[in-house]
Design a protein around this ligand. Structure first.
Ligand code: SDX
Length: 429
């Protein structure tokens, strides 16, 4: 394979280097294109454009491969431990027993919010969207931890990462408790990451929510499967904001906003609404798929399709199994799972979806699992954010550590008015 690309512009031949990644992905390096040719490239949605070199996650969309720091995600399924995977993504290797214990202790230590933060929750309407609260309160952490705005060394970064990963649970749980008018539950220092979150979400005075092993493992795996996905929309947002040297809290708060969109993390809510609509008998699965194929309907089969996966999303395959096992173990069959399976069966035999390589993605089954655990639909995207946070932190820090990193500032092709003159108000018609 050639180590360069040849571009001929206005009769002039330019050679551009070709880079190759560890897994054979190839890129034409255009870092000097404008300087040498006066031309830029145009790629709305960046479907053909690499923004960085990264060692965190590898995806092969054609083969349905997803690896965190080289480890296939399927290998986390047997004994899912989200805290361990968070460390792997952020620090680049699996933690030793000592590192894991110390990190887990930090997460326990930092779970509380400053009492001053609680007043902010009271200021939000009870109907406030949880993602709006999550973004606002993650940003507010910089007000209560000014010492972590500038991260001068690895230890300070580690402290900031632990605080954020720990407190996102508390913020999420408090947003939920405020929305239902229930008292906040302080974190319980005797509980591990997921059981502590469920305690803060659902315990009532004198009635502590006990998390059984099947739920603990299912939610650990859901969070693991959401933990990173290379340069997706929200992670690219975190990198874009972080490229201006904005602090970790501000960058992750921006990531929450990007994730909120229904084409990205908001899809898990849209999937449940779609399944509910079919379950209530308003429309059959067959009719819904027909509408999803009709561009004029503006309806899409939510939880289907992906910019990168043109084969099965390996996360959807794992989550489908988790949903089956959890519902069976809880003895709570869910008709929405049957509807999801029916939609998948119809779509995967329909040339519209097959020709466009549209398969179930991470959002197609995740909501059914969260619903089985008792998490309300309007909190589903918040759960996605809790899972994706270690990935955002890892990418922010990887970029911050890169001496060659520059502020992100894309170019454009101008299509507006040619030069014109100012016209005074009196002369305007
Ligand atoms: C996530 O990037 C990531 O890694 C994201 C993510 C992560 O972990 O961070 O994986 C998480 O965001 C998963 C995606 C969640 N979103 C949805 O499930 C919403 C439904 N899916 C689509 O909106 C869509 O598939 C996207 C947004 C996911 C991908 O959009 P693309 O790559 O821009 O594809 P496209 O819109 O150009 O679609 C190509 C064709 C079009 O038809 P034609 O123009 O060829 O006629 O496929 C059609 C689309 O209309 N199409 C769909 C469809 N998805 C694409 N048609 C019906 N239903 C769908 N779901």
């Amino acid at each position: 394979m050639s180590d360069h690309a040849t571009l001929i512009l206005d009769g002039v031949q330019h050679e551009l280097p070709v880079l190759e990644g560890v897994e054979g992905e190839r890129a034409i390096d255009i870092r000097e294109l404008r300087e040498r040719t006066g031309h830029i490239t145009l790629d709305p949605g960046y479907g053909n454009t690499g923004s960085c070199l990264s060692a965190i996650t590898f995806i092969d969309g054609e083969k349905g491969i997803l690896r965190y720091r080289g480890i296939p995600i399927e290998q986390f399924a047997d004994a899912p431990n989200f805290v361990e995977v968070a460390w792997l993504l952020i620090f680049g290797r699996l933690p030793t027993a000592e590192q894991y214990t110390s990190f887990a202790e930090d997460l326990t230590r930092y779970a509380n919010l400053d009492e001053g933060m609680k007043h902010h929750f009271e200021g939000f309407p009870r109907s406030a969207p949880p993602m709006a609260i999550l973004s606002a309160m993650i940003n507010a952490l910089s007000c209560f931890h000014p010492e972590l705005i500038e991260l001068d060394d690895d230890e300070q970064f580690r402290m900031a990462a632990a605080r954020l990963i720990s407190k996102i649970r508390t913020i999420a749980a408090y947003a939920y408790r405020h929305s239902v008018g229930r008292p906040y539950n302080y974190p319980d220092p005797h509980l591990r990451y997921v059981p502590n979150f469920l305690h803060m979400m659902f315990s009532q005075p004198f009635d502590q929510r006990v998390c059984d092993e099947s739920v603990r493992d299912a939610l650990n795996l859901v969070l693991i499967l959401h933990a990173d996905h290379e340069q997706n929309c929200s992670t690219s947002t975190v990198r874009m904001v972080g490229s201006s040297q904005a602090n970790l809290f501000a960058s992750c708060a921006a990531g929450v906003c990007a994730l909120w969109g229904p084409l990205h993390g908001g899809a898990n809510v849209a999937v449940l609404e779609m399944l509910e609509q079919i379950h209530q008998g308003n429309i059959t699965p067959e009719e819904y798929v027909r509408l999803a194929k009709d561009r004029d309907s503006k309806i899409r089969l939510m939880g289907f399709g992906h910019r990168v996966y043109k084969n099965f999303d390996p996360r959807a395959q794992l989550l489908g199994g988790v949903a089956e096992r959890l519902l069976s173990g809880l003895g709570r069959p869910d008709p929405l799972l049957d509807i999801a399976r029916r939609l998948e069966e119809i779509a995967l035999s329909d040339p519209y979806f097959v020709d466009r390589k549209l398969y179930p993605n991470v959002d197609f089954y995740s909501g059914i699992i969260l619903r089985a655990i008792g998490i309300p639909t309007n909190m589903f995207t918040v759960m996605f954010a809790i899972g994706r946070l270690p990935g955002w932190i890892a990418h922010w820090w990887e970029q911050r550590q890169d001496a060659a990193a520059r502020i992100a500032r894309p170019r454009q092709i101008y299509t507006g008015s040619p030069q014109s003159d100012y016209v005074s108000m009196a002369q305007r018609i």
